[in-house]
Design a binder for this molecule. Sequence first.
Ligand code: NAD
Length: 519
Amino acid sequence: MSSTHEAPAADGSSSTYGSASTINVDNPATGEIVGTIDITTADQLAEMAARGRAAQPGWEALGFAGRAEVFARCQKWIMDNKEELIETIISETGKTYEDALLAEISYTAGAFKYWAKEAPEFLADERVKTSSPLVKGRKLIVRHAPVGVVGVIGPWNFPMTNSFGDCIPAMAAGNSVILKPSEITPLTSLVVAKGMKACGIPEGVFQVATGDGTTGAALIDNVDFIMFTGSTRTGRKVAVKAAENLIPYGLELGGKDPMIVMADADVERAANFASYFSMNNAGQVCISVERVYVEAPIYDEFVQKVTDKVKTLRQGQSTGPGSIDLGAVIFQPQIDIVEAHVNDAVAKGAKVLTGGHAKREGGRFFEPTVLVDVDHTMDCMTEETFGPTLPIMKVDSVDEAIRLANDSVYGLQASVFSGNTEKAEAVARQLQAGAVCVNDCQVNYTALEIPMGGWKTSGVGVRHGAPGIRKYTKSQTILVTKFSFGKQDMYMHPYSAKTTNMFAKLLGFLYGRGRNKSQ
Ligand code: NAD
């Protein structure tokens, strides 16, 4: 194994580099080095893209049924090898067994099944009827052709779901894929690549390019679509580079998800959901509950219940199912951000009801933390914390809660708790977020039928549902005119006053009738 030294990563953060061309990967729960990866160079990426481009037509020609057969084997492989995958995920993330099983293995196996089944319908040729008088009677078809080679860049919080997960619909659409996992958690993708090969994915259809931001940037220069999941800051850079290359892109970015608890809510349920969905995956979920607004009449009871629950959480290194509730902070600089948000809040008058401290020796952990007496002058209420903290704010009305929830540059996801689901749904419609749950949180992500994507600076485009696969295609319109339409159309040369006047009358009939004034 290479010796380690600190070097700046391309995104300005710091990573542990093995040598100029390798990166060491550590276990955040122990600090132990668990692997070393190569940094893929721009030249190597160009070679990978050439391989992907050569393999793509054959993969496309296999058709949906042929690809579904390969996907069925991949789905089974994920389940048959789940223990090796979970062990690898835990070794590079320090998360719990449950966070790996329920949010990564389950999602990926389900995604193979879902896209194999739905891709043929979502991407089937569409027969279109037209209202254009010039085209009436023609056969009009819209077909969805694969873009070619798709690049996927992933973050470190879910090395399977948020990296490989996006490769599945891209491949289902008939594309080759190059995945650039996060340099912090690249090992899972390498195990997955081994599995895909064993399942018969043709050579070159799925490739993994390990490396840091430089590799990610080079990937954008070599693909026909770039799918990025990560921070808003990096997302902007990806969008600029994609624009320079004139390639389409999808961005799934950061969030600051609010929860609103209305006075008529089931307080016990709301407290359970607030404490679980702010602390699962140690708060490192893009759709974590990051802040809560509670109506005054139930505020004290809610805070008490949440604090009692969070105090019981067991934090540490996972040794298997049920061993801990909360894992480590995966990315080393993230622990500083979490600590800074807590310190900033306390300096401005917030109170810590439980937790509040970082532990950096023998692993990276931040205590599960509940904050009260918070407001929007504090970073913990306006910036993405991405750690195991839950700031709770008292509000006088639902309107105030809505205003504060929308007081954010982000718009990824939100939740509303109320005993009256009609009222809560009306609140949901006023929230500026790509997804809103009523009396629930996060589980919408597991329903692959419904689109998931951020508003505002939380993203561009969506994953899941029909738009989640059509984005990996380019539409081609085919217009077919049968010979029976004759040798020539009426609108052609030579122009004559008679036919032109006839067309003018037709246009008047089609578009010129109706009211002139609005009533
Ligand atoms: P990040 O933006 O630092 O890095 C993401 C990826 O981008 C990494 O693979 C990195 O190597 C690569 N990268 C860095 N610079 C690049 C560049 N100039 N060009 C191309 N690629 C580059 O994000 P992160 O810290 O790994 O992940 C945490 C963030 O991801 C949080 O903000 C979280 O909310 C977000 N996230 C969003 C979703 C979602 O679905 N919306 C899901 C998971 C995580």
